[in-house]
Design a protein. Structure first.
Length: 288
């Protein structure tokens, strides 16, 4: 830990000795006067980059609560879901206070980079493209992706069978990226929406032929609900090439990343992760 007071005192002492015409101590060469601004700037940057490594800080977590059972809202307006429970437990372990900030998923990374939030805790997949922009914690969970359509739909999760069909995806997700890269060139009409709720609404009312999303969100958040009556998975699981989901943060937040990684490892080791998972799933969501 840098001693702020000592740094300022030493700099001030050198400054006054120079004004009085006294020689500087051997440990303080004359160039110290030129270096003081850069030293102070480095100190400010160091303190900023470790701003959330101190006990008692507030960590602002971005979340899109339209993705049950991972991220959702209770009838009273409070946030709930697997991400929320994991996030609150992680904050407890790093001695920080979670402040949840609701955002559209497509605006998460811009909000993070603009310092409107400190981390993204909203089922964000760890992809090579995102890792060029932000830092991730270790994996939180990992699911395959699935295509959902009306029961008996005459197509599966291949570009050839989906040609001419309309497939809904949430904007900013890996599902949008995958569909645009792999299906759109074959004539699939990929329709993007701000929220997953909007995707489901248009799937139900017939404006969409299918929807592409994560297995758990599709099964627990739609197919097992009254809204999902008459719908089913179309085709088999799809791999997006990601490494599971993690908590996203700015690349200079290495101290916060280390703290959160330690918390995640501790939760996996002491059984807390499994205990939280059982509130939502009848299987292990961590994956291989």
């Amino acid at each position: 830990m840098i001693d702020e007071s000592g740094l300022f005192q030493n700099a001030a002492a050198s400054y006054h000795r120079t004004l009085r015409g006294l020689p500087l101590p051997a440990a303080h060469p004359a160039l110290i006067m030129k270096k003081i601004p850069s030293i102070l700037l480095s100190l400010a940057l160091a303190l900023s980059s470790h701003a959330f490594a101190r006990e008692g800080d507030t960590v602002r977590l971005g979340i899109d609560p339209t993705y049950p059972p991972m991220d959702a809202k209770a009838p009273d307006g409070s946030l709930k879901g697997f991400d929320v429970d994991l996030g609150n437990e992680i904050c407890r372990r790093i001695h920080a206070r979670c402040q949840w900030v609701e955002l559209e998923f497509s605006g998460m990374i811009p909000a993070l980079q603009a310092r409107k939030i400190d981390a993204i805790m909203s089922s964000m997949a760890i992809t090579a493209k995102r890792e060029q922009q932000i830092l991730f914690t270790s994996k939180l969970f990992q699911f395959k992706s699935r295509l959902v359509a009306r029961k008996g739909a005459p197509f599966d999760a291949t570009a050839q069978s989906l040609a001419g069909k309309s497939v809904g995806v949430q904007a900013g997700t890996q599902f949008e990226t995958y569909a645009l890269a792999n299906w759109a060139p074959a004539g699939v009409h990929v329709v993007t929406y701000k929220s997953q709720d909007e995707v489901f609404a248009d799937l139900v009312n017939g404006r969409l032929d299918a929807a592409l999303l994560g297995y758990v969100e599709a099964d627990y958040g739609f197919l097992r609900t009254p809204q999902g009556n008459g719908f089913a998975f179309a085709g088999g699981p799809i791999s997006m090439g990601d490494r599971g989901t993690g908590i996203g943060m700015r690349k200079d937040e290495t101290a916060l990343q280390a703290q959160m990684n330690d918390a995640i490892a501790g939760m996996l080791k002491d059984g807390t992760y499994a205990q939280i998972a059982r509130r939502y799933f009848d299987f292990d969501p961590y994956g291989n």
